[in-house]
Design a protein around this ligand. Structure first.
Ligand SMILES: [Mg+2]
Length: 224
């Protein structure tokens, strides 16, 4: 396999725990005079966020209403999130080691993420491994979103590899797995809140420390 592409949120970025840390910080600094129960605020934020499916302008407006926040506007809270969330971003356990190992074995490495630009680039860069990546594709910047096969083609073209010689690693069955399958990539599913298994994926990676072996296995299947 020539290239291994990764999704960002909940594949290499531990989004949920990063978000808990950010929201806890925001509630206890910016909002300290308005929020007395920080844990309750964090729980409400996570519920409204729905694992990232709801954009934060909607989340913050609901929080302003629910907690009667008067000192800050939705726009100000959102701007704070967009600029400062990256400071709380941490990788999933084993992600950095797995990517370093793949890089050492000679695979090109790429990122394919659905999300806002430059918000997602900032979050990705904060993980400190950007120099290991040959390409970074963010949906808003390129005009295609996973599962559209065009975003996978574009990612492959950007580093001169073929989809059939590439792997997509991700946690979203539809966007990452079904989308990449349609584009002709080999797919490895990372279990998350979407579920422990994904029958459409070519392989499942329960722990990122096993990823290099799964990539080797995929390479052997392709080139017996
Ligand atoms: Mg994801």
């Amino acid at each position: 396999m020539d290239a291994v592409f990764f999704d960002l949120d909940e594949t290499i970025l531990d989004r949920r725990s990063s978000l808990v840390d950010f929201v806890t910080w925001q509630a206890s600094t910016m909002l300290r005079s308005e929020i007395t129960d920080v844990e309750q605020f964090v729980r409400k934020f996570l519920a409204l966020d729905a694992n990232g499916r709801v954009w934060k302008d909607v989340v913050y407006q609901s929080l302003i209403d629910a907690f009667s926040i008067s000192e800050w506007s939705c726009k100000e809270l959102l701007a704070n999130y967009e600029l400062r969330f990256n400071e709380f971003c941490k990788p999933k356990v084993g992600a950095i080691e797995a990517i370093q190992a793949l890089k050492k074995k000679g695979h090109k490495i790429g990122l394919i993420s659905n999300g806002k630009s430059p918000f997602q680039e900032r979050n990705f860069t904060a993980l400190g491994i950007a120099d290991l990546f040959n390409t970074v594709i963010i949906s808003e910047a390129v005009g295609y979103r996973k599962p559209d096969r065009e975003i996978f083609n574009l990612a492959c073209n950007s580093i001169d590899v073929l989809p059939i010689n590439s792997i997509m690693v991700g946690d979203n069955p539809e966007a990452d797995i079904i989308g990449a399958n349609l584009a002709g990539l080999y797919t490895i599913y990372v279990p998350s809140h979407y579920g422990q298994a994904c029958e459409q994926a070519n392989a499942c990676c329960k722990q990122l420390k096993d990823l290099a072996d799964l990539v080797d296995a995929a390479s052997n299947k392709n080139h017996p």
